[in-house]
Design a protein around this ligand. Structure first.
Ligand code: GRF
Length: 191
């Protein structure tokens, strides 16, 4: 049976797009049941419309606890085999990450440069090499077990935007390959 994926995204959505295209072409044997965003105006919304994937908007409100509870209920009702945080700029609640299988893509070689400014931090630290990490999400900030990593060299004259775009090229390939492997291993384990 085809495994279902729920993507969480807040921004441009190029990672979400790569995952959706890979499911539609058969590179990932699974299907994206929807993309949930906390940013109704984000570019990912238009991308989903073009790709004909349902978008679920769940904007942040002043009551963070109720937002977390609703996210939990939405996800529970969709019952995904895998939740993929692909540029989702929110910390997920402990109950969420202990209930669902959640992975995240991070634009650095964890444990180096966790947090929301990983590319800027790598440049500021004058790192010669940074990269991309796909990891399980736990209750911490980018602290979950690493699944896959790939290096990206920092080049002379790199700006945050230039370096981030090169890392994102690597992230897109790595997240697609990782999801494909994870779904295949779930299939073999009859999960
Ligand atoms: C990626 O670099 C991701 O690791 C980071 O935000 C970026 C998302 O890019 N958290 P996009 O919105 O998928 O284009």
């Amino acid at each position: 049976m085809s495994k279902s994926i729920l993507i969480l995204a807040s921004g441009t959505g190029s990672l979400a797009q790569a995952i959706i295209v890979a499911t539609q072409s058969g590179q990932i044997s699974g299907n994206v049941i929807g993309v949930l965003t906390d940013q109704p105006e984000a570019q990912v919304v238009a991308k989903c419309a073009v790709l004909e994937v349902p978008i679920i908007t769940h904007p942040m409100n002043s009551d963070r606890k109720s937002w977390d509870e609703e996210l939990f209920l939405i996800t529970q009702s969709l019952n995904p085999a895998l939740v993929v945080s692909a540029g989702f700029m929110r910390i997920l609640a402990p109950e969420f990450v202990s209930t669902f299988k959640v992975i995240n893509s991070h634009p650095a070689l964890l444990p180096n440069f966790p947090g929301a400014h990983a590319v800027r931090d790598a440049l500021a630290a004058k790192a010669a090499v940074t990269g991309a990490t796909i990891h399980w999400v736990d209750a911490g900030m980018d602290t979950g077990k690493v699944i896959a990593q790939r290096e990206v060299p920092v080049l002379e004259g790199d700006t945050e935007a230039l370096l981030h775009e090169r890392i994102k090229i690597v992230e897109r390939g790595l997240i697609v390959a990782t999801i494909s492997d994870l779904l295949a291993s779930m299939e073999n384990n009859h999960e």
